[in-house]
Design a protein around this ligand. Structure first.
Ligand code: GLU
Length: 473
């Protein structure tokens, strides 16, 4: 049986301690570190919504950690365990995340205490629209200042309701679409946003495996092909990461952990089939393509090559960190490894690709969506046919010069102009590659940096500190 996390630091303290460690490796002027860590402002709202004929009170927060860049950015989560501490910690992570992947936003985060599965779609719409009105009227939601996005328990549907609420209140704001990202594509969303965080996890791992020295440092070798992966949480992020790794990189998803337990198969599970089962049955129990285990937490400790926690924070803590048996952890969730566990894992030589980098795919593509909304034009609309015509001319030139026909497959590739989906994916790939290269280089450059998390935080703090110095604080 797995143990409960031993009472340790709060999520907020955990993030602050990690940042303190990074600051300790840098030469920052007095007071700048404290300024960087401070949460700029937090709004708490409580509002009634009529549910089944009776008013019910809902409580939520939106925290702005740093507005050194505007708008501030970060998701809104719907979950029962949301509280101010969590929202502040997540807002801080957003600040560092945006800086690490060069997205020009400050950090923010929101949360509402609710179990969304207990409400009908109509009720959720009323609750979401009311929450959005509260945020808008208090200056915590607008295209210029604070732009929410989906997070745990929310998705394109909720973002659609929120942007429509903003539009109704400000019909003259020509940039109203930019008030929210992660919207449905028919309502100003960008193609590729829904899969973006999971896709980003895949791109992070692909880039990692392009660096044999780093792969060896983790005690691994080769490519992603055949690597045994355990994934915790088959929500939007976990599903897409697992699905792409399985179908495009031939990794083996040997264990999937969900709320009701885990399912394992040493030959690799069919991720899409597990997801379908999960949607129909509400859990993994009863899935035929693998073996069921009731104690999901214990399965986190099972031997694997790569562990991808893609659910809640603090799932790897001082109570289980010594028993985690993997070489590499890719943090698809925010804060899955506590400060205490981080130290234990480092001592044991387990490498961690940290959350603030690993799950940044969502906010990277949110940035593209926001830019698209302000530009009022779909990516690729102007140049697609132009590139197709040029590709056609290249084919003709090759055929003329060689006297041989270009193969049909090659023709298809060359004479295809990039559409929005291609461009978003390529922009995401490039951002994830560049950021990991910078993290690896920073770790090499500063011998005191002993893990990727510190390297990522040092990079983020350098950038934010520069911005504070330039504009004052
Ligand atoms: N909720 C996501 C995150 O934690 C996305 C935030 C965004 O797109 O603004 O990174």
């Amino acid at each position: 049986m797995s143990e409960q996390p031993q009472a340790g630091l709060s999520f907020r303290q955990s993030v602050d301690h990690m940042v303190d460690q990074a600051i300790g490796l840098m030469q920052l002027e007095d007071g700048l570190g404290e300024t960087l860590k401070a949460c700029n402002s937090v709004l708490q709202v409580s509002f009634p919504v009529e549910i089944d004929g009776k008013p019910q009170i809902f409580t939520g927060w939106r925290a702005v950690h740093s507005d050194h860049r505007l708008p501030t950015k970060g998701g809104i989560r719907y979950a029962l365990q949301v509280d101010q501490n969590e929202v502040e910690a997540l807002a801080a992570l957003m600040t560092y995340k945006c800086a690490i992947v060069d997205v020009p936003f400050g950090g923010s985060k929101g949360g509402l205490v609710i179990d969304p599965r207990k409400y009908t779609s109509k009720q959720l719409e009323a609750i979401t629209r009311r929450f959005a009105r509260e945020l808008i009227s208090k200056g915590y939601l607008s295209p210029a200042k604070n732009v929410p996005a989906p997070d745990m328990g929310t998705g394109p549907r909720e973002m659609g309701w929120m942007v429509d609420t903003y539009r109704q209140l400000f019909p003259d704001d020509i940039n109203y679409m930019g008030a929210i990202t992660g919207k449905p594509v028919e309502h100003g969303g960008v193609r590729g946003r829904n899969e973006a965080t999971g896709r980003g996890v895949q791109f992070a791992l692909r880039e990692f495996f392009r660096h044999p020295e780093e792969v060896a440092r983790a005690g691994l070798e080769g490519t992603l092909k055949g690597k045994r992966i355990t994934i915790q949480g088959l929500g939007n992020v976990g599903f897409h990461a697992a699905h792409f790794l399985q179908t495009e990189d031939q990794s083996l998803i040997t264990c999937i952990i969900e709320r009701d337990g885990a399912i394992t198969n040493p030959e690799g599970l069919d991720v899409e089939a597990v997801r379908r089962h999960l949607e129909l049955q509400g859990g993994v129990k009863g899935f035929h393509g693998g073996q069921y285990h009731g104690d999901g937490d214990a399965m986190l400790e099972q031997d694997c090559d790569i562990l991808i926690p893609a659910a809640l924070e603090a799932v790897i803590h001082q109570g289980n960190a010594r028993r985690i048996s993997t070489r590499l952890i890719a943090e698809a969730a925010n804060g899955p490894v506590t400060f205490e566990a981080d130290a234990i894992l480092q001592e044991r030589g387990v490498e961690i690709i940290p959350d603030a980098y690993c799950n940044a795919g969502g906010v990277i593509v949110s940035y593209f969506e926001w830019v698209r909304n302000l530009a009022h034009v779909r990516f690729g609309r102007m140049e697609k046919r132009f590139h197709e015509a040029r590709g056609q001319r290249i084919i003709e030139a090759i055929e003329e010069a060689t006297g041989k026909p270009v193969s049909e497959g090659m023709q298809k590739d060359l004479a295809r102009g990039a559409d929005e989906f291609d461009l978003v994916r390529s922009g995401l790939d490039d951002s994830m590659r560049q950021a990991l290269q910078a993290i690896i280089a920073k770790r090499k450059e500063m011998p005191d940096i002993r893990n990727y998390r510190m390297a990522a935080f040092v990079i983020a703090i350098e950038k934010i500190a520069r911005s504070y110095r330039d504009i004052g604080y």
